[in-house]
Write a protein that binds this ligand. Structure first.
Ligand SMILES: [Fe+2]
Length: 498
């Protein structure tokens, strides 16, 4: 490592000042906690003894206070993540709130109006429900996806001057969805070294790189506040949350491949991800921010972990010995904990209340993609039989930076002959086209027989998914182009749900 560090420092100018943290951060983000609770999380530069959230039903009367003693950090982090649960709320109700204290400038703090959120609907509430889904969504602007990129990046993968990105699109569409689901790969802070090697970011030394990594994380979560301070932000783990260089970054010009050995303490083992979020696993029997479930209206939502803890003798791709070269630890010591939980969770779903079951995992099970490591292959054995047994309606994924809508598929990828007209099988959609630095890939050509629609780097379009549950029998999935909010693909699934 020392040799690498010396080489980089000798070969390239050292610039670290640009990555020192700014004087402002907030990173406010919400998460459902059942139908009567909301967790408010935010970041401050200082440790807070008792983080507080004032809240109420009126913007002008925040007459309640919730607090906690959760103000946590990790080595190399420049901030503390504060988490406060507000409980005892009414379902499907708008509340106003203000976290305290915030690390924002005094003059900004004084004019800051309260934020607002709407709580989850009751399970069984039959009103139509819309949900935004984005996967593989990274930092926008000078640290990530912008109008320029470093060497070797396809012109199709950068934004055109003035082009709206996916965070812009989500922020301008707040009235269209109840919450944002992000099943893995956020910020892409672990691209810091790649972006330096490609000449997009100023070069640092390996030893100073941790500052760049943390600055990208802080930037991303601040950018996301345009959505996440208003809409619950439900997340799952992706490989880019795991460590500081995604298990290996190659500098081909100098014939160097860096390994996870360059990662500073605190930048391995999903540490930032574990600190940053507070998903409702405690009320759904899940594990941390890795797997959990929640109901909202007519839908039972399940987030799975395709990165670690696959159980049944399989090594997760991000675990020590896994294909990603990342070396993370499992997150649950109990044997086969994830599938044991999944089976029990699925068995407990009351389909008379939540006829729809939608599952998200970071990696696809099926896709027109040539790279085997893209898939969660063990998922065919550990998850898919449970999808079939419990009639899971839809599986959403990303990881490949493409959009592909497949047919409903039985086990082993057999196309359900009913297609979208009351199939017995699970519908599969991958949308990893939300955008990050150099973020579009190519689909296989020709595509797999089960493919029904696709977009990839050749289409040069970033986008996100809008799911609309019209009632207990009809669900529409739309691909929304981020640049102009138009719908580039729409398909409706009918399930009788008898
Ligand atoms: Fe990924």
């Amino acid at each position: 490592m020392k040799v690498f560090a010396t080489f980089i420092a000798a070969a390239l100018p050292v610039v670290v000042v640009a990555f020192e943290h700014s004087t402002t951060t907030a990173q406010i983000r919400l998460a459902y906690h059942g139908q009567h609770g909301m967790t408010v999380s935010w970041n401050t530069f200082q440790h807070i003894q008792h983080p507080k959230v004032r809240w109420g039903l009126s913007e002008d009367n925040l007459n309640n206070t919730a607090s906690s003693n959760l103000s946590i950090t990790y080595p190399t982090s420049t901030t503390y993540s504060n988490h406060v649960l507000i409980s005892g709320l009414a379902p499907d109700t708008t509340y106003y709130y203000m976290p305290s204290p915030l690390s924002i400038k005094c003059k900004d703090a004084k004019k800051q109006r309260p934020y607002s959120f709407r709580t989850s609907r009751r399970a069984g509430d039959k009103a139509p429900l819309s949900v935004a889904v984005a996967v593989d969504l990274g930092t926008m602007g000078s640290l990530g996806l912008g109008t320029t990129a470093g060497s070797g990046v396809s012109p199709n993968n950068v934004l055109k001057p003035g082009e709206k990105n996916t965070i812009d699109s989500l922020a301008s569409s707040l009235s269209k969805y109840e919450f944002l689901w992000h099943p893995g790969d956020m910020a892409y802070a672990d691209y810091w070294l790649k972006e330096e090697i490609q000449g997009y970011l100023p070069n640092t030394t390996i030893e100073e790189g941790y500052k760049v990594y943390e600055s990208i994380l802080n930037e991303f979560y601040d950018e996301m506040m345009a959505v996440t301070a208003t809409k619950p932000y439900m997340v799952g783990p992706g490989n880019h949350e795991a460590n500081c260089d995604n298990g290996g970054t190659a500098d081909k010009a100098h014939n160097i491949t860096y390994t996870s050995a360059i990662c500073s303490p605190g930048q391995t083992n999903f540490t930032g991800y574990k600190n940053h979020f507070a998903m409702p696993s405690d009320v759904s029997g899940g594990t941390g921010n890795f797997w959990y479930s929640f109901d909202n209206g007519l839908v039972h939502f399940i987030q799975l972990d395709t990165e670690t803890d696959l159980g049944h003798g399989f090594i997760g791709p991000d675990e020590a010995g896994g294909s990603g070269g990342i070396g993370a630890d499992p997150v649950n010591a109990t044997m086969d904990a994830q599938t044991t939980w999944l089976q029990a969770d699925l068995a407990a779903v009351d389909r008379s209340k939540t006829p729809w079951i939608v599952v998200a995992g970071h990696r696809p099970l099926y896709l027109s993609h040539a790279n085997d490591s893209t898939f969660c292959s063990p998922c065919h054995e550990i998850f898919e039989p449970l999808f079939a047994q419990y009639d899971v309606d839809l599986y959403l994924s990303g990881h490949a930076h493409v959009y592909e809508r497949l047919a409903p598929l039985g086990q082993h990828g057999v196309v359900d002959p009913a297609e979208l007209n009351n199939p017995r099988s699970t519908w599969y959609i991958t949308n990893g086209a939300a955008g990050h630095y150099d973020g579009l890939d190519a689909l296989q050509s020709p595509r797999q027989p089960y493919s029904r629609f696709g977009l990839d780097t050749n289409d040069a379009v970033y986008g996100w998914s809008l799911l609309t549950f019209h009632n207990s029998t009809h669900l529409t999935h739309e691909f929304i182009a981020s640049n102009n909010n138009t719908v580039l693909d729409s398909a409706t699934l009918y399930k009788a749900h008898k």
